[in-house]
Structure formats: structure tokens, C-alpha cells
Design a protein around this ligand. Sequence first.
Ligand SMILES: [Zn+2]
Length: 249
Amino acid sequence: MITDCHTHFGIPWVDRDGDNPENWLKIPEMYGVKKFYLYGHYNIYREKSVQADNDRLARITKKYPETFTPVASVWPQAEQDSVTEVLRCIEELNFKLLKFHPWIQGFSLAHPTMKKICDIAGQYKVPIIFHDGTPCYSLPEQIAGLARQFPKTTFILGHGGILWAWRSALEAMRQPNIWTMLCGSTMLAFEMFCEKTDTDRLLWGSDYGFSLIDSVGYRLHELTEARIPVPIIEKILTVNPTRLLEMSY
Ligand SMILES: [Zn+2]
């Protein structure tokens, strides 16, 4: 079963459908995509929406436990409050992953609270997904720096460098605690990741849900039409997403 590891229950969906993902699910179902790592959108867009959006993701997941794996976010600028929210999400709401978007959320990866959160994520074995590929706070090499500082924490490059920084993301994969999501980069980059890096640490994602449009078909075909051996494609779409969750707490 295909898992899309990069989706959002986006602001336009929340505003239109509330907590109900029935309409949201119709687009990926056309392509046989049935499992999702589900991120928020309000929680990375507005600091004051963090708890409400994390709660919403927890509610949706509780209703569809076979379909969704919830991914929490917080704002490190909130310092101790963000640490408290991370612990609430992990311990009380059963979140398995964290996601940060330093480019939209506007914080540096060198923020001392970000480092505290990396440490906690390592202790709880909760992988951290980062938006990556855009300066000035979301470069793969900056995330690789964190991965070196926190070798017990698993870090995931949410876009594999996107369009311009995928070569840096390839280098970042030298760190054994970094995984890469093939999402939003080029077909050539996908092929390079599969040829030159540890394919046990590759995931695929569509970034579906930020808007109401279908980004699943294009992004799925970008992978399936690339010159990548079929067993590796199958591993990326079905085996690795499950294995990552089994490795977490
Ligand atoms: Zn995204």
C-alpha cells in the first residue's frame, strides 16, 4: 500500500470541511494512495493556531487510525511553551513525528529551543521532518549540521533540496541519521538519490493539501516514470514509510 509521507490538512480544507477528510481523501484515492503522514497548515502558518491545529490532526487520526499518521508542529520562538507542546503531542496525543517549516515559521535552526526539541525527539525516538531547500533557514546543509550534533535523532529532509539544493541534500545523506523525502525536486534528482544514496532512507511525498488542487498525480508519476528500478520504487512507496514508524517509539 502506497504511503504519501508529505501531506497537509491545509487551511482551505479546514475552512471548507472542518475536521472531515472525506473530500480530501478522494484525490489521492484516484491513484491508489491510501496512507498518509498528515501535517497541519494552520500550525505552521500562525503561532497562535499551534495547539488547535495539533488537536485537529489528533482528532482526524483517531477517527482514521489506519489511514493517517499525525505530524505535530510547534514554534521554537515560544521557547518553554513549545517544549511543553512537543511533550503534550508525544505523550498525550500519540504523535509519531514532528515537522518544522523554518522558512514560513521564521526561525533559525540554531535557535536554542530547536536544539532542546532535537534532543527530546532523540530521547522519544520521534523523527523530525524539516521543510528544506530554501534559504536562509531551511538549507539541507544546515539540517545536516543538526544531524551531526544530535546523532540519536532522526532527521528527514522534507523536499530533498527542492529544485536548487538537491545536490546539498545528496551530501547531507552521508549522515546516517538523515532520511530524504522525494518531494518537489526534479526527476533527475530522484534518479540521483536512488543511485547514490542509501535507498532504505528514502521516502516519497506529494505536498498535497496545501491548496485544493491535485498534486498527487504529477508527483507520483515523477517517481514512477523516472529511471529507477521498480523494486526500489516499491520500497520507497510502501516499505520505508512503515519501517520509519516502526523505528520510532
Ligand atoms: Zn509541505
